[in-house]
Design a protein around this ligand. Structure first.
Ligand code: ADP
Ligand code: MG
Length: 686
């Protein structure tokens, strides 16, 4: 129903509301308050000034004097004194409200609600609103909604419109769709009650009840959708039965290293999936350096040997190029007769066309690249496996779209970001999970330290020493260039300074996200070839880059990063057989922060670090600022409602027993909501 059918909402207000994505009455009802104004029990003046200075307070009192009126150049002021039951007086002032004068007769009895302020040493209640006892009693304890607004739109207008919508148009409300047994098991309020009361709670209790219900349903629907997807996946017919190939076994046996037990186990799970009756949807989770790439390569080999094509998608061009080159050289070395091609957005149109042609004709067996590999123009002959690396930047919706591209390929997701178990289901609930929890054996643990900025000189000497021994180093800064908003090191100036500190024969390179892809590739290339020895970079090197010869990681303004992110960065070194070092530089004086950084030095377990990060910084770090892959949460917060999330997970697990569970007739309303979730949040792949 159109919003303009509400009284008081004309074209102009409708236009303002549309800026808040409110177009229909239903949208309006879904515009939840962002905060509340609470009408507390009135207090005495004494308590107000002692405990609530500079807050909004309510005071029951009588007008004790004749009102004075005076003018300043800019406004008309009314002023009087009120006195409470204890006999304490308080001055009240109103600006530009001369019409109140008639209500302020001495002896008039009200609750005065306004901002308490201290002016010239004494307290004043500013712009108080007046309520009769009866009127205030009605409001007391209630929470008045404060809505998200836009310029020109008042809170009052929105509140009035919402009230009208809730009272007159119950058609804009949903029918209850959570089965009654779940509602009683988790003590959830009824849906419509919750929606009404989230707007106009009568009490704190009301508000908490409503919030709990609405947070629960947001989680519940999402988890249901994800679980349902997983059930469906396990029943989706595998049309690409890919058997293990003897040539892959031979390749494994000729590798210069032996697979770790965790790698072997993961590889078995993948082989079983790919040759089994159902399609594979699997996540490989393994800390940085645990050796996920080789597993991906094995899966691609079996796929190609079986006569199909495989694609591997990575988040950055730097990484795409690196993976492509490392696969090519591996294949060359072991004489694997498979054709690998590289596809990236920054290639020229002609280059891309040539690659598309190789894909279409199946001249290419394996395609490595960025998002380009799954875009429409890439038409495969027989795409049977899609691997995405560092998938945490790629959400459930995209995965769903991906599995609908082409003819249901096997899907393998690789992630180096250990995420706390509680959150895993939100991000990866649709997948089976393999965990690679051991690092290849001969690695030496990285040596860590946290130092103040006065240690820099030593750090530079240390870097110079390592370079002299043939090693390379990273220096990470939070910023690309100087910023007005943030006091932190930037790569541009830092590289210049470093130039003056390090011996001349050391080549310093700069890498950051604002550079063109081509430029980045070139720099990375030079670093890989050791033509650059010291790379000053932003966190773009965080994802997956592999330069085993690099042994030093210096992180400036370490306090600005989350522990998980620092752990990721640290994982760029310690990849070869030489001893590696991680130096966290921080000028922080905050003891808590120092402790947090020290803690990182003591542990190498990414999952443990992730749990700590979740407790300390909330879930943002695991998903990035754009919250990729997360459902749209209006009420629920991953920070505040973990308990509710667990409840919702438990409830969803009980509902979805088979792929058919949601088809039960009594669950029809629930099913409709789950399906709506994806269509509303559809995300384009590009
Ligand atoms: P990540 O899991 O971070 O993607 P990589 O796959 O890039 O890690 O592997 C890191 C390095 O470890 C690579 O140089 C790779 O060749 C090597 N590697 C992988 N598996 C093993 C193993 N079982 N033994 C020794 N080295 C290995
Ligand atoms: Mg990797």
């Amino acid at each position: 129903m159109n919003i303009q059918q509400l009284k008081g909402i004309g074209e102009k207000t409708a236009a303002l509301l549309s800026r808040l994505s409110v177009y229909t009455v239903k949208d309006l009802v879904g515009l939840y308050p962002r905060a509340y104004d609470v009408y507390e029990k009135p207090v005495f003046v004494q308590e107000a000034v002692e405990e609530h200075a500079s807050e909004i307070v309510s005071i029951e009192a009588v007008v004790a004097r004749n009102v004075e009126q005076y003018s300043t150049p800019r406004m008309k002021v009314l002023s009087t004194v009120v006195r409470d039951e204890q006999g304490t007086s308080l001055k009240c002032t109103w600006f530009n409200m001369p019409f109140l004068r008639s209500s302020l007769k001495p002896g008039a009895h009200y609750v005065f609600r306004g901002q308490l302020a201290k002016k010239k040493g004494s307290f004043v209640l500013e712009q108080p609103q007046m309520y009769t006892m009866a009127a205030y009693a009605q409001l007391q304890g209630s929470m008045q909604p404060i809505y998200p607004l836009t310029k020109g739109l008042s809170n009052k207008t929105v509140a009035k419109a919402v009230k009208q919508a809730l009272e007159k148009y119950d058609t804009c409300l949903e029918k209850e769709y959570i089965p009654v047994d779940i509602r009683s098991a988790y003590q959830l309020a009824e849906h419509n009650f919750a929606v009404q009361r989230i707007h106009f709670p009568q009490s704190q209790e009301d508000y908490l009840q409503s919030r709990k219900r609405l947070a629960f349903e947001e989680f519940f629907l999402f988890v249901l959708a994800v679980r349902n997807m997983k059930e469906k996946n396990t029943h989706r017919l595998n049309e690409y039965r890919i058997l293990n190939d003897a040539r892959t076994d031979k390749f494994i046996s000729e590798l210069e290293f032996e697979l770790t037990d965790a790698q072997k186990k993961t590889w078995e799970e993948i082989k079983e999936n790919m040759s089994g009756s159902a399609l594979m949807s699997r996540l490989i989770q393994g800390d940085v350096g645990s050796g996920k790439t080789i597993i991906a390569v094995l899966a691609l080999m079996n796929t190609a040997f079986a006569g199909y094509q495989g694609a591997m998608m990575v988040p950055t061009e730097v990484l795409a190029k690196q993976q492509y080159e490392s696969i090519c050289s591996m294949f060359e070395k072991h004489q694997i007769p498979l054709k690998v091609v590289l596809l990236m957005g920054s290639m020229t149109a002609a280059q891309k066309r040539a690659v598309y042609e190789q894909i279409r004709t199946h001249e290419a067996d394996i395609v490595v690249g960025t998002h380009a590999v799954i875009q429409e123009k890439a038409v495969y002959d027989k795409l049977a496996l899609v691997i995405t690396d560092e998938q945490h930047r790629f959400g459930v919706n995209q995965r769903r779209a991906l599995s609908m591209k082409g003819d249901n390929p096997h899907v393998l997701v690789m992630s180096a970001t250990p995420i706390p178990r509680t959150l895993a289901i939100i991000v990866y609930g649709d997948l089976d999970i393999s965990i690679i929890d051991t690092l290849p054996a001969e690695r030496l643990p990285i040596k860590n330290c946290v130092v103040g900025t006065n240690y820099r000189e030593n750090a530079y000497k240390f870097i110079a020493g390592q370079v002299k021994e043939g090693r390379q180093a990273y220096v990470i800064c939070p910023l690309v260039e100087e910023s007005e908003n943030m006091e932190a090191e930037n790569v541009t100036d830092y590289a210049k300074r470093l130039r003056e500190e390090l011996p001349e024969d050391i080549v310093i390179g700069v890498l950051h996200g604002q550079m063109k892809a081509e430029q980045k590739n070139k720099i990375m290339d030079q670093f890989v070839k050791n033509e650059i020895q010291v790379l000053v970079s932003t966190t773009v090197v965080e994802v997956g880059v592999n330069v085993p010869n690099a042994t030093v990681m210096v992180i400036e303004n370490a306090e600005r990063f989350g522990l998980s992110q620092l752990h990721q960065l640290r994982g760029r070194v310690g990849r070869g057989s030489a001893q590696s070092y991680c130096v966290l530089v921080s000028g922080t004086k905050n003891e808590e922060t120092k402790k947090r950084l020290q803690a990182l030095c003591k542990t190498t377990d990414g999952f443990q670090i992730a749990e700590q990060d979740l407790a300390l910084r909330g879930p943002g770090d695991f998903f990035g600022s754009r919250q990729h892959g997360l459902p749209l949460l209006k009420v629920a917060s991953l920070q505040m409602d973990l308990e509710t999330l667990r409840d919702a997970q438990q409830a969803a697990a009980a509902v979805i027993q088979t792929a058919d569970s949601l088809n039960a007739p009594e669950l029809a309303p629930l099913k409709a909501r789950v399906e709506a979730l994806f269509t509303r949040q559809e995300v384009s792949l590009n």
